[in-house]
Design a protein around this ligand. Structure first.
Ligand SMILES: [Zn+2]
Length: 63
């Protein structure tokens, strides 16, 4: 099985991805779908994810 993001060999820790980075990219793609980002470029998806994290309210803030 290969990573759906970069096609490298899957790491069992992060399956079906090869790394935390690719898992984050996939999550970014998932969010990006809501925002209709036209690009399938993983790097741009990662940037979108980082933008979401930067723009989000403090995640450590207790409920
Ligand atoms: Zn990967």
């Amino acid at each position: 099985m290969s990573c759906p993001i970069c096609k490298k060999e899957t790491d069992r820790t992060y399956r079906p991805f090869c790394s935390r980075r690719c898992a984050d990219i996939d999550l970014g793609n998932w969010f990006a779908g809501d925002y209709a980002v036209p690009s399938q470029n993983p790097d741009e998806a990662l940037e979108a994810l980082e933008a979401l994290e930067n723009g989000a309210s403090d995640p450590s803030k207790p409920h």
